[in-house]
Write a protein that binds this ligand. Structure first.
Ligand SMILES: Nc1nc2c(ncn2[C@@H]2O[C@H](COP(=O)(O)OP(=O)(O)OP(=O)(O)O)[C@@H](O)[C@H]2O)c(=O)[nH]1
Ligand SMILES: [Mg+2]
Length: 301
């Protein structure tokens, strides 16, 4: 008997900031491929996470949250998120079930009407709300934009995630797999390592500082015995910010380094020696080189 044909497709997750897109991509892939924080605007550039389900290769595209952009970096993030949606075989619109259709999601719905791709809505964070709220929200959403299906999940607890993955496996087109079957991400490890350090910055630093910082991996050196030496630079805008990142007697950078080192070593499954440097680079948000490093188009203005 002939094998059933393989399927393969891109599934873009779009939505307002902080609705849980990255958490859901990690849950769908089954391992950490993209970073998460309780702050808005954590994801900056698209990250692809890959999963196999019932003969289908699902390539999930985690996109930056969509909001009304102000700075150049914001514009680049929002543009890349919509580009991800236009290129996808299936678009998943994520909505935070607790927040419902707020101003940001409302603006996305208005624009989504014109994107002619198969689309589903996903109500995330169902662990935080009553069932009756979910049903009302699902109905309202479907009245706004026709959806092929509406899923209710908790990316945090995993509730509903397997059902969603199975449905998507049947929905993506027939075609050969684009990645080797054991691959879970298309991002180079040095990029994931920089992102992990940025995740720790987001967890430890407050107000505008996370948004005014970026992390790059400069040196990646294989050591004898299987360990790797990684050197990274944290760019900030001002010297006062550099001092905050360092902390009293270097305490903050030490804590960030320890947490990042632990998670990078876990991702690489090998020992890691991590060295962090903090540099003041005024106006890095207007420097094309930084965008190249992040994998973002540099907006002209
Ligand atoms: N209670 C609950 N919290 C969740 C769930 N999914 C995500 N979160 C939390 O929501 C916050 C934002 O999650 P992210 O995955 O970073 O959200 P995002 O949509 O990728 O955010 P941006 O990249 O900033 O657009 C984090 O604190 C998550 O732990 C969920 O199902 N239930
Ligand atoms: Mg994210």
């Amino acid at each position: 008997m002939a094998e059933p044909p393989t399927r393969c497709g891109f599934v873009a997750l779009i939505g307002a900031p902080n609705v849980g897109k990255s958490t859901l991509v990690n849950a769908l892939v089954g391992t950490k491929v993209t970073i998460i924080s309780h702050k808005v605007q954590t994801t900056r550039a698209p990250v692809r996470g890959i999963a196999l389900e019932a003969g289908a290769q699902l390539i999930f595209v985690d996109t930056p949250g969509i909001f009304a952009p102000k700075r150049r970096l914001d514009r680049a993030m929002v543009t890349t998120a919509w580009a991800g949606a236009h290129d996808a075989d299936v678009i998943c619109l994520l909505v935070d079930a607790k927040r419902g259709i707020d101003e940001e999601t409302d603006a996305i719905l208005r624009r989504l009407v014109d994107v002619e791709r198969p689309r589903v809505a996903i109500l995330n964070k169902v662990d935080l709300v009553e069932k009756s709220t979910l049903l009302t929200l699902a109905k309202t959403l479907n009245e706004r934009v026709a959806m092929e299906a509406i899923f209710m999940v908790s990316a945090l607890t995993g509730d509903g995630v397997a059902d969603l993955r199975r449905w998507l496996a049947g929905r993506v087109p027939e075609g050969p797999w684009l990645y080797p079957e054991d691959q879970v991400s298309d991002a180079p490890m040095r990029q994931l390592a920089a992102e992990i350090t940025r995740e720790k910055l987001y967890a430890r630093l407050h107000q505008e500082l996370p948004y005014q910082s970026t992390v790059e991996t400069d040196i990646w050196k294989e050591l004898r015995g299987g360990a790797v030496r990684i050197e990274q630079t944290i760019f900030v805008e001002r010297d006062s910010q550099r001092k905050i990142v360092l902390g009293k007697g270097g305490a903050t950078i030490k804590a960030i380094g320890a947490e990042a080192r632990r998670d990078i070593a876990q991702a690489l499954e090998r020992p890691v020696h991590l060295f962090l440097f903090v540099k003041v680079r005024e106006g890095w948000g207007d420097d094309p080189e930084r965008y190249r490093e992040m994998g973002l188009e540099f907006p002209k203005e």
